[in-house]
Write a protein that binds this ligand. Structure first.
Ligand SMILES: CCCC/C=C\CC(=O)SCCNC(=O)CCNC(=O)[C@H](O)C(C)(C)COP(=O)(O)OP(=O)(O)OC[C@H]1O[C@@H](n2cnc3c(N)ncnc32)[C@H](O)[C@@H]1OP(=O)(O)O
Length: 308
């Protein structure tokens, strides 16, 4: 029962924080870029601002800032909104690349919303997993240049978003990134694993996935999980510098090279999406997995110790 109450608290707190972050972002944004776009107000969730897009058509790229408080956890609605936006980027003739970051201080994304897996129901679970697959296919399979400006913690699904980009810059600081699924008692799906292998190699992935390793920013740099570190205040500038460099490469040659590198990994999931969804539902519905998720949720709710 307390878990259900906590779930509602997460949702309520999320909505209040969203409004705060919305106000904060309205006043604090210091980007010189133009054409700020808000999400279409066409669906019921659109009144909550879950991300911002700043487009700079002159320079040819956009900045997408995740803004779903408190921790940018990925639930069905958020993933659906993101997928619509990713599609818009893909179709844009003006936008060559996107910097993916977060407007929430110290948090890039806490990964999948655990409440989507706890006490999972077949219908919602299928929609959720299909939306997540879609996000990965759109991001990893994009023709555009994606640069992750990782401004804070980026565990599990947050790490997947990062490693689906073409280049990663992470803020220096006490932040963690990695695929820590085993710590929740679950196995990382094969496409998470394969994306990780393509980023840091087989042996490092084998260790990292079994241990559920969360890397510090320095450790992440040492194993090429991220490409560069930056002081927090310089993160976006560095990402923009890198974006200019990538934008200067002849587009068709770069796109063909990217797709030739990623095609096999993508095809593996595309060929078995329904089976993968069914396997997610069956796996997550197991009593042992539900027990692990409940314990993990409880550990997240425990009062935090003063220092790590
Ligand atoms: C077969 C299935 C495969 C599944 C594949 C992928 C799995 C995943 O992606 S599972 C998600 C894994 N994520 C994590 O393990 C991260 C968990 N969160 C954290 O470690 C911390 O919250 C974080 C370091 C990100 C931020 O720390 P703080 O700034 O100290 O915030 P809090 O811990 O106080 O969190 C605030 C609030 O948010 C709730 N929360 C955190 N993460 C999640 C999440 N992933 N899903 C849902 N809710 C989350 C947390 O419980 C707090 O709630 P309240 O106590 O009610 O405020």
């Amino acid at each position: 029962m307390s878990i259900i109450k906590s779930a509602f608290r997460v949702l309520r707190f999320g909505s209040a924080k969203n409004q705060l972050f919305s106000l904060e972002s309205k006043t604090c944004r210091a980007f010189s870029v133009c054409n700020k776009l808000r999400q279409d107000a066409s669906d019921a969730n659109a009144s909550k601002i879950n991300f911002y897009v700043d487009e700079n058509k002159e320079k040819g790229y956009a900045i997408l800032k995740l803004n779903k408080g408190p921790v940018n956890s990925l639930n069905l609605e958020f993933l659906t909104e993101l997928n619509i936006q990713l599609e818009k980027f893909e179709e844009s003739k003006e936008i060559k690349g996107v910097i993916l970051t977060s407007s929430i201080p110290n948090i890039f994304s806490a990964g999948l919303d655990i409440m989507e897996m706890y006490q999972i129901k077949q219908d919602r679970g299928s929609q959720f997993w299909t939306a997540l697959q879609e996000t990965w296919i759109k991001l990893y399979g994009s023709n555009k240049i994606y640069i992750a400006a990782i401004n804070g913690h980026s565990p599990a699904g947050g790490c997947l978003l990062s490693i689906s980009c073409d280049y990663r810059i992470m803020s220096k600081g006490p932040y963690k990134i990695g695929l820590n699924e085993t710590l929740l008692g679950i196995k990382a799906p094969f496409w998470f694993r394969d994306t990780m292998i393509n980023t840091i190699g087989y042996r490092e992935t084998e260790k990292a996935l079994q241990l559920g390793k969360l890397y510090s920013s320095e450790e992440a740099l040492a194993v090429n999980l991220v490409d560069e570190l930056a002081d927090s205040k310089d993160l976006i500038t560095k990402a923009e510098e890198q974006m200019s460099k990538w934008c200067a490469i002849p587009t068709v040659a770069r796109e063909l090279t990217k797709s030739s590198m990623r095609r096999d990994t993508l095809s593996k999931l595309i060929a078995q999406r329904e089976a993968d969804t069914q396997s997610f539902i069956e796996f997550t519905q197991r009593d042992s997995i539900q027990k692990s998720l409940r314990m993990y949720l409880e550990s997240l709710k425990k009062p935090k110790k003063s220092s790590a």
